[in-house]
Design a protein around this ligand. Sequence first.
Ligand code: PMP
Ligand code: GLN
Length: 390
Amino acid sequence: MVNSIYAALPTTVFAEMSGLAAQLGAINLGQGFPDDPGPEAVRAKAADAVLNGHNQYPPMTGLPELRQAVAAHYNATQRLDLDWVGEVTITSGATEALAVSFLGLIEPGDEVIVFQPFYDSYLPVIRRAGGVPKLVTLQPPHWRFDRAMLEAAFSPRTRLVVLNNPMNPTGVVLPDEDLALLAEFCVAHDAVVVCDEVWEKVVFSGARHRPLMSYPGMRERTVKIGSAGKMFGLTGWKVGYLCAAPALTHALTRAHQFLTFTTPPNLQTAVAWGLENAHDWFREMPAGLERSRDRMAEGLRREGFSVLPADGTYFLCLDLTTSGIEEGDRDFCLRAVKEAGVAAIPVSAFYETEPVTSIVRLCFSKADDTLDEGVRRLARARDLSRAATA
Ligand code: PMP
Ligand code: GLN
């Protein structure tokens, strides 16, 4: 009567934790969204486009002005040479772009390499498309992969690789050597990479985002996915991009036309304007988030917590074991939201096998007072946890 893959799924951990936070009045350091309302000029463009613009179906592949702006932006900031006509498609968020990639590129039985912890929308859609996930398990504190791990994962049946860089939930921004290594394997195995780069703009000093598409042999075999929601801190907007060589884009647009067909035109207009004009935002946004990351990390360390490095995204990972907490991540998060009034995300939710259960993800894209109070409440959760497990 119903599809078994979806019927067996729990509600996402983001909805679960945000639901508990709302119900219990807790501070929400779980689901990743900023307190900052986002660039006013971009929001004003959207409002103006709703009132005075065209509100009927935009073209299926996206407004030309936005596709041009995406190609020009990546040319200016990442030196990519995308042809907006044949290689850029606008989607309803990166979530749709991911689904389009899996449905449009996978043949039943194809092996798909996925690094875990993974963003939670990947596996269900890969499976629904008939793909067979091959998991590569990454471990804290550095979450790196190496040649032996890739050798064990790649096979003659490998069709697709999914890479998230910068990575949610770990905050890792992959160094050049890791990207070069992965590119070498993809070329050798003739695999396509779905590269989820939604966090490309949220990278802090000392780290640099490098698009996988720019590596030797990768131009024709990379689907680059972006999200205006993350670029502008407007996570509810759900405007995403797919950038890929024409042969891949052909299949992607065929899947897109029957998933959502199109994306609200007024938001597309505003995003196009933002990509061309919001230069200050692209400088100030990561700098402000870096200050928030440092404030939260320092607060946590002062309270005796052990925190992992984070070079990008909105997230900082707390190591429970080395913070002297015996409880697993899920139990600790449930205790934190119910007994201490602070919601967080257990990283084990992003593993399918061999879960790492000692890491909790905290969202730091919040006002200073919220961060400070969140840290105090986490310390209270730790004390309650210690008392309960003593
Ligand atoms: N991929 C990753 C790694 C994400 O973190 C997110 C959202 N947090 C998405 C995809 C989805 O992006 P969107 O909201 O544009 O659908
Ligand atoms: N990507 C967001 C996060 O990682 C959540 C998105 C969602 O709720 N589906 O927190």
